[in-house]
Design a protein around this ligand. Structure first.
Ligand code: HDD
Length: 695
């Protein structure tokens, strides 16, 4: 009987026509790379059942050859990453700012591919290391690819790309023993930083909770450098790019981040792919800060200096569009690993500036792909291909895919009718902004790049007490791992230039004797409230997950009520028990539990609820892991809910006065789900920690 065609089949057929490179395995026969149908793939061809394997076995040779060469060099930096497809839509035409076509029509959806990453760790390292996160966006526009290769921190460690190899060598595992993996808490990094005052502002961000995000969906993104936007008339303005997460900016706490590295090294990539699979698409708004050319020199820092922000209070961020990630890659390697971003992938209407960090990047990204992707034809790999035709006379090289027709492979030509031809600027040809440049060759840095501390202090001054406390603790953690006394002394000396109280608090805990004036306070009192993560809590709970502790005899209605309420907020609840499989519920039904106190952990959830059902609660009270689960959630300032039945279990935790503790909520009926959700929305209950912050 003929198979009925489903809507999915039709969609797949459509995709296959548009993207013939996507390989569907469902319903297909297995072939060799030459298309020969394979009859047997589990035994090699041999002379007699106990005899030697024969060279005739082309299938064996091909299969093993392909296996032997599965690996390519990982990225030198940003090796660990996760990607997703999505769309970008501008809210209204930006023709006043730029002629870039994808920023003109609010009805137009531009396809994008985004790759998030950590910087220092290798490809197999854990997601939650303290690190900067890469936030790289490839826009497949109607005028070719535009890549915005940014980070989740708006400034950078160094002012000139020539220092990048030194910075990265210092943060990577030390060369003699390849330790530590994915961590900046070691001597060589802090040695480099202590000798590079220009890194001080970035270090404040790196030590802040920004470097341990809760998820990719709760990170801000930044283009970092000052770009240019050029309108139809050729007028140029300076622009800083921002990605503002609609889910708000949220982070982990350090103890939790470290434990997650062991409990689920894939925490961030799993979270991203689950959100997309569950239709809770992560969203960011694109914002721009615009500076007129005439105002270039009006700031007390240089716009070309990538260690500086333009405070949002000085130049507000204008929101211009929205990015939605709505499709997981079909194949990690083909898409997320092979995607090649380049700062120089620009479209008409967007251009670069003379920022010396940016200038070095213009070379590095193109160059690195040669060794990473094996040759110059990487732009032909499906994930890197523009969505419009690519026509030129570039040719040959490893793994060339396109088949150029005809005998003409040069320009100018008459034999090919002069084609392919140039496109004048007016019709969309890219013309670099005609900036006037002149100067004497020099390796000097501009004196306008000299102030390394004012914005470091500005950042620190703008944090809430909790954020500042976390930063101080991070500095203590990192420097306490530094063995060399000289490096620690120098680093604390640098912190003195930012804020003497900070230096003082750190010195005392890392064995540094600070002879200077104590507690003199900050070097200045200016603030930029927008840099505090608390300034952008976001809406809703998209992607959040609550553990519901339960075992045989648990109240399934408790679970269902909470889960339904959470689902309406884009969050969910997950049953965590003592074994996996079918369980009897208090209501006499059967429910499946797939997570256990051993195969998951408190640190992987945003909150915990102890479901009712006397038998369940009594059994859990005998489990040290259940008590630890609740204690750990409390320690990490998470929302805790408990059924009235679970009061005895709560007595076994270390939460003293749990009836009156903020974010610890007793399930006393109808309003519970509402109260629980309101508590979850505050993300964490910091008052549990404030009590411990010294004045
Ligand atoms: Fe870089 C990768 C972001 C400075 C050289 N960088 C890379 C990625 C991101 C950034 C997000 C990963 C892209 C992906 O997912 O494939 N890099 C930045 C930002 C910087 C920065 C925001 C400063 C503002 N980078 C920087 C400098 C250099 C590089 C100064 C060299 C002079 N970066 C590279 C690279 C990488 C890279 C070696 C590694 C893999 C790749 O490019 O494709 O070329």
């Amino acid at each position: 009987m003929a198979k009925k065609t489903t809507k999915n089949d039709t969609e797949n057929k459509k995709t296959q026509l548009l993207e013939p490179f996507r390989i569907e395995t469902q319903g297909e026969a297995m072939t060799t790379d030459q298309g020969i149908a394979i009859e047997h793939t589990e035994d090699s061809l041999r002379a007699g059942v106990r005899g030697p394997t024969l060279m005739d076995d082309f299938h064996l040779r091909e299969k093993i050859m392909r296996f032997d060469h599965e690996r390519i060099p990982e990225r030198i930096v940003h090796a660990r990453g996760a990607g997703a497809h999505g769309v970008f839509q501008v809210y209204e035409s930006q023709s006043k700012l730029t002629k870039a076509k994808f920023l003109q029509d609010p009805k137009k959806e531009t396809p994008v591919f985004v790759r998030f990453s950590t910087v220092a760790g290798s490809r197999g390292s854990a997601d939650t290391a303290r690190d900067v996160r890469g936030f790289a966006v490839k826009f497949y526009t109607e005028e070719g690819n535009f890549d915005l290769v940014g980070n989740n921190i708006p400034v950078f460690f160094i002012q000139d790309g020539i220092k990048f190899p030194d910075l990265i060598h210092s943060v990577k595992p030390e060369p003699h023993n390849e330790i530590p993996q994915a961590s900046s808490a070691h001597d060589t990094f802090w040695d480099f930083i202590s000798l590079s005052p220009e890194s001080t502002h970035m270090i404040m961000w790196h030590l802040s909770d920004r470097a341990i995000p809760r998820s990719y969906a709760t990170m801000e993104g930044f283009g970092v450098h000052t770009f240019r936007m050029v309108d139809e008339k050729g007028k140029s303005r300076f622009v800083k790019f921002h990605w503002k997460p609609l889910g708000g900016i949220h982070s982990l706490v350090w103890d939790e981040a470290q434990k997650i590295m062991g409990k689920d090294a894939d925490f961030h990539r799993r979270g991203l792919s689950e959100m997309i699979d569950e239709g809770k698409f992560p969203e960011w708004e694109l914002g721009v800060q615009v500076v007129e050319e005439k105002d270039e020199m009006k700031f007390d820092f240089d716009l070309l200096d990538p260690t500086k922000i333009i405070p949002e209070e000085v130049v507000p961020v204008q929101i211009i569009g929205k990015l939605t990630l709505n499709k997981n890659p079909d194949n990690y390697f083909a898409e997320t690993e092979q995607v090649a971003f380049c700062v120089g992938n620009l479209v008409p209407g967007i251009d670069v500036t003379n920022d010396p960090l940016m200038q070095a990047r213009l070379f590095s990204y193109l160059d690195t792909q040669l060794s990473r992707l094996g040759g110059p034809n990487f732009a032909e790999i499906p994930i890197n291909r523009p969505v419009i035709p690519v026509v030129n006379h570039q040719q040959d090289g490893h793994m060339r895919q396109g088949i150029l027709k005809g005998r003409v492979n040069y320009f100018p030509n008459s034999l090919g009718g002069g084609f392919p031809q140039m496109t004048p600027e007016k019709q969309g040809g890219f013309v670099h902004f005609p900036e006037a440049v002149s100067g004497v060759k020099t390796r000097e840095r501009s004196p306008t790049f000299n102030d390394h501390y004012s914005q470091a202090t500005l950042f620190l001054n703008s944090l809430t007490p909790i954020e500042r406390q976390h930063l101080t603790e991070a500095a203590i953690f990192e420097l306490s791992k530094v063995e060399d006394q000289g490096v620690r002394d120098r680093m604390v000396g640098n912190l003195m230039n930012v804020d003497s109280k900070l230096a003082d608090d750190v010195a005392a805990r890392v064995g540094v004797d600070l002879p200077s004036v104590k507690n003199a306070g900050p070097a200045h009192k200016k603030t930029s409230p927008a840099v505090s993560m608390m300034s952008r809590p976001g809406k809703g709970l998209k992607g959040r997950c609550i553990a519901v502790l339960a075992t045989d005899g648990f109240s399934n209605s408790d679970f269902t009520n909470l889960n339904n309420a959470l689902m309406s907020e884009g969050a969910k609840a997950e049953l965590v028990g003592t074994r996996i499989g079918a369980h009897n519920t208090a209501e006499g039904e059967v429910a499946m539990i797939t997570k256990t106190l051993k195969n998951t952990a408190s640190v992987l959830y945003d909150g915990v609820y102890i479901a009712g059902g006397i038998a369940s609660v009594q059994a859990l009270s005998l489990e040290a892991d259940a008590i630890h689960f609740v204690n750990e959630a409390y320690k990490h300032h998470k929302t805790i809910g408990f059924s009235k039945d679970a009061e005895d279990l709560m007595q076994l935790t270390f939460i003293g006065d749990f009836e009156n503790s903020q974010g610890v909520i007793s399930d006393s009926g109808k309003k519970f789900a509402q109260d629980f959700i309101a508590a979850l929305k505050s993300h964490r209950h910091w008052d549990r920690e404030i009590a411990h912050i010294p004045a």
